[in-house]
Design a protein around this ligand. Structure first.
Ligand code: GLP
Length: 236
């Protein structure tokens, strides 16, 4: 594991974007795993700039997002599909048909999880996975648990996650209580991983996740045993 501390969000974003950009440049039809949340927004802006300036071409790139809230249709402004359209897909030349999410509106979320894992496999697996981290150590929406769940699966969100994500909603009561998330299996199967985190409120969980024991109560700690992971943290 490579753990890098940087001095600003700009530096963090550029460093992470360059890792992703190198993969896209080397393999134009690569599969990128994408995350939502505020942490990767700067990274996505950098990728958009590279695309705009002609430095990067996303026309053959495929993407698989980590997670989606349950019951929010794609056109709902709080859905992760909407977030990605706004923050990345509309700014780069990716074919929208090549961008994938687990369907949080599927009737049978367990079956949907199986379908999503099969899709990722059929695409040849993820070449580079972008991750953020929740204040409770979650990656995707893999919440603290007694086990690491490998498959894409439905989850009940932790109270701390609901509180943290309430800032994106009009009121905390509007935050969905359930979601579907890629499991630890597909995340760990990514050939390369870059995790970005910023802010003093993430300092404690970063210590626990990357300098503490591997423990499903801190799901991100499993990344310590991935062969190619870069963790970038900026306190500001
Ligand atoms: C959400 C997402 C995670 C993300 C986390 C952190 O819960 N499901 O994938 O890492 O938020 O968000 P932020 O970067 O806004 O702190």
């Amino acid at each position: 594991m490579k753990y890098v501390t940087v001095k600003s969000y700009e530096e963090l974003s550029k460093m992470a974007a360059d890792i992703v950009a190198d993969v896209v440049a080397a393999k134009p039809d690569c599969v990128i795993g994408l995350a939502t949340g505020s942490s990767p927004v700067g990274l996505y802006n950098c990728l958009a700039d590279y695309c705009k300036s002609g430095k990067l071409d996303f026309s053959k790139v495929k993407s698989v997002n980590l997670d989606e809230y349950e019951g929010l249709p794609n056109d709902n402004e709080q859905s992760y599909r909407y977030f990605m359209n706004e923050n990345l897909f509309s700014k780069i030349n990716i074919d929208i048909n090549n961008t994938h999410f687990p369907d949080g509106c599927a009737e049978d979320l367990v079956a949907e999880g199986k379908k999503y894992d099969e899709l990722i496999e059929s695409l040849g697996g993820t070449d580079v996975q972008v991750l953020g981290i929740g204040v409770d150590g979650h990656i995707g929406f893999n919440e603290p648990d007694d086990v690491f769940t490998l498959e894409t699966h439905p989850v009940v969100l932790d109270e701390s996650t609901i509180e943290a994500n309430a800032r994106f909603f009009e009121s905390i009561d509007d935050v969905p209580r359930h979601a579907i998330t890629m499991g630890i299996g597909a995340i760990m199967a990514a050939k390369k991983i870059v995790l970005v985190a910023n802010g003093a409120n993430k300092k404690e969980i970063m210590e626990k996740a990357f300098f503490g024991p591997i423990d499903p109560k801190v799901q991100a700690s499993i990344l310590q045993v991935h062969p190619d992971v870069t963790v970038i943290y900026s306190e500001v």
